[in-house]
Design a protein around this ligand. Structure first.
Ligand code: GRF
Length: 205
């Protein structure tokens, strides 16, 4: 039992390119200490669900509406995660704020990818293209991505990995978003996931 891989669940809401990077990393052996057991989307039409199914990973769609609101939604999430003995929850473009109660239940067991170098361009309102719009507006020459533990402060938990990406002359938010994904997010999310899974496996003794 002590050598068993850490069980990973990935929570998504959209296209799932970061999920794809995790699935590819598992296939290529970059992720070796953990195994992706479950993908949960809070949106029905998320392409991430198709990516999970294509990779033969169990995929669930759980919406707030289907659970009668935020409280029921998190209760259902906890049930599904605990029933499968999930060790690590990876938020990969999951567009829903989790409550303190949920975060406490999985303390140091939830990680998130954010498309900037925290503490720049993070916290409330900084999601998706807004992050890159703000970076371009400020005129920074370097941006990047950060993987961090999730705590009760949005984008405020301990930093696990960061990678810098250059801003180029004439960048639009869309062009910059794509570069940050390709050069940073898709690399450090799998690498961080492996790192934390290896620590979880080692901590079992
Ligand atoms: C990424 O930019 C990620 O940093 C942010 O949401 C986006 C998700 O994209 N948290 P995808 O669904 O992984 O393609």
């Amino acid at each position: 039992m002590s050598n068993a891989k850490a069980k990973i669940a990935v929570l998504v809401s959209g296209g799932g390119t970061n999920l794809q990077a995790l699935l590819d990393a598992q296939k290529s052996g970059i992720i070796n200490s953990g195994s992706i057991e479950l993908v949960i989307s809070n949106f029905k039409n998320a392409y991430a669900l198709t990516r999970a199914e294509n990779a033969g990973v169990e995929a669930l769609c759980i919406t707030r509406k289907s659970c009668g609101g935020a409280e029921g939604f998190e209760k259902r999430l906890i049930e599904e995660l605990d029933n499968r003995g999930i060790d690590l929850i990876v938020l990969a473009g999951f567009m829903s704020i989790l409550s303190e109660n949920f975060i406490k239940h999985f303390e140091r067991r939830i990680i998130n990818i954010h498309p900037s170098l925290i503490p720049s361009f993070c916290g409330k309102g900084f999601y998706g293209l807004h992050v890159h719009e703000a970076a371009l507006e400020k005129g920074v020459k370097v941006t990047g991505a950060t993987v961090h533990f999730v705590n009760e402060v949005p984008d405020g938990g301990e930093i696990i990995m960061q990678k810098a990406v250059e801003v180029q002359e004439g960048d639009t938010p869309e062009v910059l978003q794509k570069r940050v994904m390709e050069q940073a997010e898709w690399i450090i999310l799998p690498a961080s996931t492996e790192k934390i899974c290896a620590e979880i496996v080692a901590s079992r003794g």
